[in-house]
Design a protein. Structure first.
Length: 230
């Protein structure tokens, strides 16, 4: 199967939903090692994105939707998360260009470009206790799944699972970037809020793909009531 604009907009809507649902959790995580506004900022940003999403032209490509998210987050989200995630979406949009349907290789390119955009903007590395600790294992897992011949939903599921594990793995780390770095060893035992929100966003991508119809079905595909093996 391939994933097109329907998957992309569904991913965006599901991202907005999970950010809203986990807003208090993200605020709490950020209050423990940051300034406590991560959940509020992201919720405000994705709410602004939703207000613009229906205005996309019907013939939009996935990259158009990703660019809309990028510009909206950069202009509406305060703190570091707006520029970081905005750059991630912007680089992801550039990676897929005007392709209408994204295969597994395009999905990996999208995720890789998003991760690289965050690195470019934030100068963080794995182990710094930032959102990179979710994005880097996600990219590695997606690339491995592609190499194994996995489908697009399976690639995204592998990425989301790795991101979730990466977010948990930030808990014993000493922060080396951002406001949390001022705490030194006092940051140990706390999960990085950016890594957690990133894992939610990547899981939303996987969930959207799992529920997406094949955008390019075969003309001779058997009907639902056809005998198995027919």
């Amino acid at each position: 199967m391939s994933l097109g604009i329907t998957w992309t907009t569904d991913w965006i809507r599901q991202s907005a939903r999970v950010v809203s649902e986990h807003r208090v959790e993200l605020v709490t995580l950020d209050r423990e090692i940051g300034d406590g506004d991560h959940g509020e900022n992201l919720d405000r940003g994705y709410t602004a994105v939703l207000a613009k999403l229906d205005g996309l032209p019907p013939d939009s490509a996935p990259g158009d939707a990703l660019k809309l998210v990028a510009t909206t987050l950069i202009s509406t989200v305060g703190g570091a998360s707006g520029p970081l995630l905005g750059t991630a979406y912007l680089k992801a949009a550039g990676a897929v260009g005007q392709e209408k349907e994204l295969d597994g290789a395009a999905i990996v390119a999208l995720l890789t470009a998003a991760r690289d955009g965050i690195v470019l903007r934030g100068k963080a590395e794995p182990g710094d206790k930032t959102m990179i600790d979710a994005w880097t294992p996600a990219v590695d897992a997606a690339a491995a799944a592609l190499a194994e011949g996995k489908s697009e939903p399976e690639i995204l599921d592998a990425a989301a699972t790795a991101a979730e594990q990466g977010a948990v793995a930030t808990e014993p780390l000493v922060a080396r970037k951002g406001r949390a770095s001022y705490l030194g060893e006092r940051a140990i035992g706390h999960r990085d809020p950016g890594a957690q929100s990133s894992s939610l966003i990547l899981r939303a991508a996987a969930d959207a793909a799992a529920g997406a119809p094949d955008d390019a079905p075969a003309d001779d595909a058997p009907a639902d009531d056809a005998p198995k093996g027919a």
